[in-house]
Design a protein around this ligand. Structure first.
Ligand code: FE2
Ligand code: FE2
Length: 205
């Protein structure tokens, strides 16, 4: 095997391990449920040691939680536990991502719009989570509303991985990227410990 080929397989292994690790974290909440996340959009960042690899690992964990909630029935213990975990994960991830990454990206005029776009979608997702938390989990409409959140979130993370992270990476040094990962780790833990489940019906559908 040439050196180049062996490096390629190492990168592929790292990406596969990172994805499996992320799915296992989601599965720990409800081990009997399948996490059918299917194929994930291609990204060069999966398995990277810096901030973007860390963020993609969370995204894969979220993809698994979203898929597992779709396997639940009615107002069940699994649906409650998974939805609470998803809410705390998404809120903590978004807040820590804003503090570690988007705040710096926002200050650079070349990338301001990319950061603004990601942050605006965080608000939208937060509102959808609060709306779902306020609605009856046993009604058949709940899963339909949940499907809209899933679509919105999958769109958000695909766009981050394929557009906003790509643009941000070009403007950041490798020291920035390593430092940002540390900040993200610290902030995510603190934000998750403090995350509150809000309940608020959206006035507009
Ligand atoms: Fe985000
Ligand atoms: Fe993200």
């Amino acid at each position: 095997m040439t050196r180049e080929a062996s490096q390629t397989s190492t990168t592929a292994d790292r990406a596969r391990d990172a994805k499996a690790h992320a799915i296992a974290k989601a599965k720990a909440i409800a081990p009997d449920l399948a996490a059918r996340i299917g194929s994930t959009p291609k990204t060069p960042f999966r398995g990277d040691p810096d901030i973007f690899g860390r963020l993609v690992e969370d995204h894969d964990r979220h993809r698994a939680l979203l898929a597992m909630i779709e396997e639940t029935q009615g107002d069940s213990e699994d649906r409650r536990a998974l939805f609470e975990e998803l809410t705390r994960e998404l809120k903590a991830h978004a807040a820590a991502e804003e503090q570690a990454l988007w705040s710096s990206v926002l200050r650079d005029p070349q990338t301001t719009d990319f950061a603004r776009h990601a942050i605006a979608e965080h608000k939208e997702i937060d509102d959808m989570l609060a709306d779902l938390a306020a609605r009856d989990m046993s009604s058949s409409g709940w899963l339909q509303r949940f499907a809209s959140l899933k679509e919105e979130y999958l769109h958000h993370i695909r766009e981050e991985e394929q557009e906003q992270f790509v643009a941000a990476e070009q403007r950041l040094s490798s020291a920035d990227l390593a430092h940002m990962r540390d900040v993200f780790e610290r902030r995510k833990k603190a934000e998750k410990a403090a995350a509150q489940i809000e309940k608020k019906i959206r006035l507009k559908d």
